[in-house]
Design a protein around this ligand. Sequence first.
Ligand SMILES: C[S@@+](CC[C@H](N)C(=O)[O-])C[C@H]1O[C@@H](n2cnc3c(N)ncnc32)[C@H](O)[C@@H]1O
Length: 877
Amino acid sequence: MPSVTTAPAVSIQAKSLVNAKSSPCSPEIIDIRGEHVEFNLKEDIISHFNPDNGPRTLPTLLLYNERGLQLFEEITYLDEYYLTNYEIEVLKKSSADIARRIPEGSMLIELGSGNLRKVCLLLQAFEELAKSIEYFALDLSRKELERTLAQVPDFKYVSCHGLLGTYDDGREWLKQPAIAGRSKCILHLGSSIGNFHRDDASGFLGGFADVLQPSDTMLVGVDSCSDPAKVYHAYNDKQGLTHRFVLNGLTHANELFGQEVFDLKNWRVIGEYVYDEEGGRHQAFVAPIRDTDVLGSTIMPHERIQIEQSLKYSQAETETLWAAAGLTEMGRWTRGDEYGLHMLQKSSIPFSLIPSIYATGPLPPIHDWEALWTAWDVMTKGMIPKEELWEKPIKLRNACIFYLGHIPTFLDIQLTKTTREPATSPAYYWSIFERGIDPDVDNPEQCHAHSEIPDEWPPIEAITTYQDNVRSRLRELYRGGPERIPRNVARGMWVGFEHELMHIETLLYMMLQSDKTLPPPHTGRPNFEKLAKQAYEARVPNEWFDVPEQIITLGMDDPEDGTDPSCHFGWDNEKPARQAKVHAFQAHGRPITNEEYAQYMYNSHIDQIPASWAEAPSNTANGNGTLNGHATNGVKNGNGHSNGNGHSNGNGHSNGNGHVTREFPESFIHGRFVRTVYGLVPLKLALDWPIFASYDELEQCASWMGGRIPTFEEAKSIYAYVNKQKRAEAERTLGKTVPAVNAHLVNEGVEEDPPSQALAPLAEDNSQLFLDLAGANVGFRHWRPVSVTSRGNKLAGQADMGGVWEWTSSNLTPHEGFKPMGLYPAYTADFFDGKHNIVLGGSWATHPRIAGRKSFVNWYQRNYPYAWVGARLVRDV
Ligand SMILES: C[S@@+](CC[C@H](N)C(=O)[O-])C[C@H]1O[C@@H](n2cnc3c(N)ncnc32)[C@H](O)[C@@H]1O
């Protein structure tokens, strides 16, 4: 019999790898559940059955209790259920090929394993190749895991385990550093992906892509059948088995409620095949045969309650799905054009949001550089038309071509300084590409020292060759392994890495101001109309949250003398670690939106739009999409400078919840657009997005809304408070499975007041320096801001502003202990001019190493209109 444990994952890994060769399969079941599924399911049934809006539904998860899994297993033997039959055909033909592509020693994690007869074909292939593999079957029922695992033959090279929990639990489990670092393949067979709505499917796969390393894979089974009759009969078989399977969902609901909520003799199942603009799918409903009372509502016979859907994906639709999930197809094994197993790897961009993947050590691994270069090349080669490289989308700054040369030159300077090896030729690039122009907004004549601007820039081809050579120089340094790189050289490399990260964003916000910028290739244009509708329906009030008085840790330690090689690197302004006592105050859950800003403009009679918007004469605006993806002539730019007049400071338009009620006429936003890399999007479709504008503009708006912008310390206090709450939640859910991790789950930079220990630790523990950014719109998760109005009932933490940075009202000033860094002394010190304010978090284009590092700070001039920075309100208590 299989044994059931709640042993920590780490010890299982060590033990089972040893077991893999020496003993037969020992199906051990690891309980990874965060919360009791039954409990959630009961709540889900209530909320699905009586939704605030939209039709009643029932959660699909209801179908998969022990009995449901057994019925499903019977279904898989039906002739009509072609999905299993085709998948078996493909696996029989291709398992050896698939197994060859998965490295020895990998973990194979099957999400929703159900019956294991199919996966055994693949496991057998590993056995025949004498390749050691650890297989983990993840599913919802312990008994079924025990039963199905017991049927797996004893393998010599394959060891088997069960993971008891949901997909979400599995994802959390995979995030643990000891597992995140292992080679793995995630299996999702049986076209179970079809049970998700299309948008949710990409989110689901993207969530798992996020816990993969670049060389890891996913193997996903997808039903592409487009024959309506065949699909219909697969879910409406002659024996009525599938209908019994669906009705068992109602029996399961009765069990959960401990009473007969659904009287089974009053219910029947209706299946239908649908093909519409959303694609092909089968939908299963339950419907009463007569008026029947359920959970306080009377349901009429004509009402159909959807409980399951099975989406079918054409080849083109799978490609869209992979792209939206940040995955790339590496291989495909098919049965005609009706069924396919797809092997996927995560695309270089978007970047992972999980610290155990995005910040594995102080020095980014070489594959992080390659991903960064992919992002850079996508932008510079795919989104800027060649002739535009000589243009200046922002007049005060250099032409785009400067940045093509600046990035490799800057890295070459760091490598040359730290290795003392000769510069990459042509060495004169240092004189034209070392430093860009960052002028004073009020007086553009006044700017920091910058490189001379040549009469003519070198040819693009020459700059690209130089870039390739500097990249090769860097790759060469990694050849002996990152651990062999001296700390001082590593610091130079890291400086070059983060410098490039920051420039990706600088270049992008410049490109956003150009009418000629092209959309990012391969990402697909979002359906802005649909997103706007969903956002509108999901709105909740923007609540005020109490943030208690607390002592927080600011910054981090990273001795420049290299005495602690394990420390992560930090810029001069991040060091040293220090503490601040922050008073209690209240903060809004989410940032100011475009709609709130429009309301402020309307009420305050302000005409000047922010630089993130554009205006078009009314005859060019088609009102329901974009101007063909690009701005047209005649589009007026918002230059973002606040005009300083017409601001009113009343807050009479904010209701008690800080929720500004919309009171402007439609005509006020008609002909106004938000700039995106996909072209102009009508403002009316972006009302729920966070606004990004200069500090001066947002400060006035905040004051009109009845609040103010937080200080640096207040914003950090919000983040620390949110982290502390998340940490408590993680402790609660991970506690019983990962005691080893629990040891670190303390304090989160928030100190007790008064401290219970005589000497509270000052420095942020470096292993705790990075945040789990899951759910945040950073790292190119989306190439645009996302709606935030559904999140006013939660306090947003660091980098959680919907894709924009967060303004603080604090000036950038030297703190006690600040020392300019040796490698780049001007990095921060040049900006202590009283004109720059600190901004925190990150935008959609910020790399997770920056967005997720708790000590990172950024800054902009208060009246700089182009940066992607938003604001939320705080107020005193
Ligand atoms: C359509 S069946 C497919 C089973 C199997 N993979 C196959 O191909 O035959 C879906 C499986 O996913 C499991 N499942 C569904 N939702 C789940 C969730 N949220 N977490 C974990 N497992 C889930 C079900 O219990 C079931 O075993």
